[in-house]
Design a protein around this ligand. Structure first.
Ligand code: PLP
Length: 367
C-alpha cells in the first residue's frame, strides 16, 4: 500500500472484511471448463423474474437516454398502496444494501455502537464499520437471534440494532412474543432495523413483521428487497418502510438517481404479479420438503427454515464439500464465513435443481 493511501484514506476502511458474494455461474464455467452449472448460493428466485417485469423492462428500453425519475414517484405510489402506508414513509434503494449504507451514512458516527446477532447478514457490519461505528455481536442461541442478549447489550452509545428476520444464513425467525417483548423494552434512542429480505417466504404463524411497530410510530425501519422472491437481483432494487421523519433524514444522503429506469418499471410490474409470487412460494414450499426429506434420509442435521435456503451440517469441512460440489457444477455457500465450518447454506431451487444438488451431495459425502 502506498504511503499516500495509508495516510490519507479513512482508517475505518482498513478494518473491513470484504463482502463475499456467491460465485457467479460464468466464473465457474470458465474456471472449471464446465458447461452446465447451477447456482444455489445467493438465494435468487429459481423461477427467474416475473414475466410481467421482463416485459415492462423491455418496453422501457427506449427511455435509456433519459435520466430516471429521481423521486421514484410511480414506484412509491405503487409501494404505498401495496403496503397501505403513505408514500412519504417509503425509501427506495439500489438494493436494500444501499438502504443499509444510507442508514449508516445518515445515522452513524465514529464511537457509536450497533448491535446484531451472529451469524447474520454481513452488510450490517460492513456499513457500520465504514462509518467508524463499533460493532457488538450477540451470538445466536439455537441458530436463533437472542433478543434478551441483545437487550442486555444495549447502552447509551447504541444507535442501531439490526434484526434479520428470517435470519440469513440460518433461516430462523424470532417468535412473535419475543419480538413483542423486545419492542416493549428497547429504549427509544435505538433505531431497530428489521431486515425482512425473506419475509415473503415465512410460513410460520410465529412470524411477525416490524411493520406494526413503524405504524405505531416507533423508531424502526423495515427493509424489503426485490432481489429474492421477486427475482430481480440483477436490477438492484429494495425498499423500506419507516416513519416519515426517519425517511426524510435518510433521503438527505441518497444519490439522486439511485434507481435506474429499468429497475423502476421492472419493480412496479413485479409487485403486480401476484401469480408469480404465489408460484414462487409454492415451488419453495415443495423444494423445502424434498430437501428436508433428503437430508433426513442422509442423516444430516439441518436448521428448519422460514426462508428460501437451508443451513445444513455436512459433518465435513465445508470448503472440501464446496469444491467437490463445484466440480459437479453445483454452487453453494460455505458455512465457515458464518462461523460454522462444517455447514453449508443451500438455496432452495427448482425440483430439478434440488434433485441434482442432493445427488451431487450424496456422491461427494460418499466418496
Ligand atoms: C440478499 C439480502 C439483502 C439485500 O439484497 P439486495 O439485493 O441488496 O436488495 C438484504 N438482507 C439480507 C438478509 C439478504 O440476504
Amino acid at each position: 500500500m502506498s504511503d499516500f493511501v495509508k495516510n490519507r484514506a479513512r482508517p475505518e476502511i482498513f478494518t473491513l472484511k470484504p463482502y463475499v458474494p456467491g460465485k457467479p455461474i460464468e466464473e465457474v464455467k470458465r474456471e472449471l471448463g464446465l458447461e452446465d452449472v447451477i447456482k444455489l448460493a445467493s438465494n435468487e428466485n429459481p423461477l427467474g423474474p416475473s414475466p410481467l417485469a421482463m416485459a415492462a423492462v423491455a418496453a422501457a428500453l427506449p427511455d435509456l437516454s433519459l435520466y430516471p425519475d429521481a423521486n421514484c414517484y410511480l414506484l412509491k405510489q405503487k409501494l404505498a398502496s401495496h403496503l397501505s402506508v403513505d408514500a412519504a414513509e417509503i425509501l427506495v434503494g439500489n438494493g436494500s444494501d444501499e438502504i443499509l449504507m444510507m442508514l449508516a451514512t445518515a445515522f452513524l458516527n465514529r464511537g457509536d455502537q450497533v448491535i446484531y446477532g451472529t451469524p447474520t447478514f454481513s452488510e450490517y457490519e460492513i456499513t457500520a464499520r465504514i462509518m467508524g461505528a463499533e460493532c457488538l455481536e450477540v451470538p445466536l442461541v439455537d441458530f436463533t437471534h437472542d433478543l434478551e442478549g441483545i437487550l442486555a447489550a444495549i447502552n447509551e452509545r447504541t444507535k442501531m440494532v439490526y434484526l434479520c428476520n428470517p435470519n440469513n444464513p440460518t433461516g430462523t425467525i424470532v417468535s412473535r412474543s419475543a419480538v413483542q417483548n423486545f419492542m416493549e423494552r428497547v429504549p427509544d434512542h435505538v433505531l431497530v432495523v428489521f431486515d425482512e429480505a425473506y419475509g415473503e417466504y415465512a410460513e410460520s404463524p410465529e412470524f411477525i413483521s416490524g411493520y406494526k411497530y413503524v405504524k405505531e410510530g416507533r423508531n424502526a425501519i423495515v427493509l424489503h428487497t426485490l432481489s429474492k422472491i421477486y427475482g430481480l437481483a440483477g436490477l438492484r432494487i429494495g425498499y423500506a418502510f419507516t416513519t416519515s421523519d426517519i425517511a426524510q433524514a435518510v433521503e438527505r444522503v441518497r444519490d439522486p438517481f439511485n434507481i435506474n429506469n429499468l429497475a423502476q418499471v421492472g419493480a412496479r410490474a413485479a409487485l403486480d404479479d401476484t401469480g408469480h409470487l404465489q408460484q414462487s412460494r409454492e415451488v419453495n414450499r415443495q423444494g423445502k420438503q424434498y430437501l428436508y426429506d433428503s437430508f433426513e434420509k442422509m442423516g444430516l442435521f439441518y436448521v428448519p427454515t422460514e426462508a428460501n435456503f437451508i443451513f445444513v451440517d455436512t459433518g465435513r469441512n465445508c470448503r472440501t464439500v464446496f469444491q467437490a460440489l463445484l466440480e459437479k457444477g453445483v454452487i453453494i455457500r460455505t458455512g465457515d464465513v458464518f462461523g460454522h465450518p462444517d455447514f453449508i447454506r443451500v438455496t432452495i431451487g427448482t425440483a430439478e435443481q434440488n434433485q441434482r444438488f442432493i445427488e451431487s451431495l450424496a456422491q461427494v459425502l460418499g466418496e
